[in-house]
Design a binder for this molecule. Structure first.
Ligand code: NDP
Ligand code: CA
Length: 314
């Protein structure tokens, strides 16, 4: 279902390598960040008026989601809005991946017709290459009160080298307005405290739908020098974030926003390259989701290598 003869359909919506993308070295590993669009939200509340209903049919959309994951074969896949975890887990485990799922405490999906349970965050990892050492999950707190957002934190070890890595994913509170931007900022601070408790000097990658443009306080909080974190896509684009990671038509409104990020510790990891999100031309006027692309958010995909430690250099 990835191509159509309709004139309004895009030719392709596959990300293409960024200009800085080289053939990734053999010892690199690939990370995917993707809000896959909860089936219950996409078909009930999202108001994607330009998306053909058949593009949202789960019987075919589920395979387009898997296709996107398998096109790039990432070692790590961080997803948000997962409301069909069992399906994804059953497919991914046959391909050598293991997964962890953390539902939102009071998912909006639960209140919608034909829902498949709560949505939440999930991480899949290539178990042939990395083994899981520890899993920590958290309901994000704001001013010491639990919110409806969650974080998954995994401690992993590369089997061949013993190199460890901390990987986190989250989906921060949606919607616009100063109060919500401030709430997201508090959520970001809580996530960083949680990260500090578990990172113990290891390299860190944080993937998420932060629901925040780079101008929002939470972006500044995440990339403050005290965190040691940088944004991988900003690095790949001359230290400027791309103009969008999601582009959809909601009712009358064309919503083009950059909300998704891959943050990493540049003192311990090198970004070797990445893939650009689809161009406006690729997408066509109906934007996403569509018959060619199964979510309203695009997958961010980056290749990393571990930097040599001083001990290894000596
Ligand atoms: P959020 O406010 O974080 O948003 C939930 C989802 O809505 C996100 O996945 C978000 O997607 C999507 N979204 C963002 N903007 C819009 C929009 N303009 N139109 C449609 N969908 C949008 O949810 P919370 O987890 O904080 O849960 C609270 C929400 O859940 C409330 O807004 C309420 O509507 C609903 N709810 C309803 C209940 C009920 O009916 N009784 C009970 C509990 C909750 P993205 O991240 O991609 O932007
Ligand atoms: Ca959404």
């Amino acid at each position: 279902p990835s191509s159509s003869s309709s004139s309004s359909s895009p030719n392709t919506t596959r990300p293409t390598p960024t200009s800085t993308h080289h053939q990734p070295p053999d010892n690199s590993f690939r990370v995917m960040q993707w809000n896959i669009l909860a089936q219950a939200l996409g078909t009930n509340t999202d108001n994607f008026v330009r998306c053909p209903p058949e593009a949202l049919d789960w019987n075919t959309r589920k395979f387009r989601i898997v296709e996107e994951m398998l096109t790039y074969l990432p070692q790590f896949i961080c997803c948000q809005e997962v409301d069909h975890y069992k399906f994804l887990e059953s497919v991914m485990e046959r391909l050598g991946y293991c997964g962890v799922f953390m539902p939102k405490p009071d998912s909006p999906c639960l209140y919608l017709p034909n829902n498949n349970g709560p949505d939440g965050c999930a991480i899949f990892w290539d178990d042939t290459r990395f083994k899981l050492l520890n899993t920590h999950t958290r309901v994000v707190e704001v001013w010491h009160v639990q919110s409806n957002q969650v974080v998954i934190l995994l401690v992993l070890e590369e089997r061949s080298t013993g190199q460890q890595l901390v990987l986190l994913t989250t989906h921060l509170k949606a919607r616009q307005g100063a109060l919500l931007a401030s709430l997201r900022n508090e959520q970001g601070k809580d996530l960083l405290t949680f990260m500090d408790q578990h990172c113990k000097g290891r390299p860190i990658i944080i993937c998420g739908d932060f629901n925040a443009e780079p101008s929002e306080p939470v972006y500044t909080t995440m990339t403050d020098t005290s965190t040691g974190l940088h944004s991988a896509y900003s690095f790949l684009h001359d230290h400027t974030e791309p103009s969008y990671s999601t582009w959809k038509v909601r009712g009358e409104v064309d919503c083009c926003q950059n909300l998704d990020y891959i943050f990493y510790t540049p003192d311990k990891l090198t970004v070797e390259g990445g893939y650009d999100v689809p161009t406006e031309e690729d997408m066509g006027p109906n934007r996403a989701p569509s018959l060619s692309y199964p979510s309203d958010h695009f997958a961010l995909i980056c290749d990393f290598t571990f930097k040599k430690t001083q001990l290894e250099d000596e």
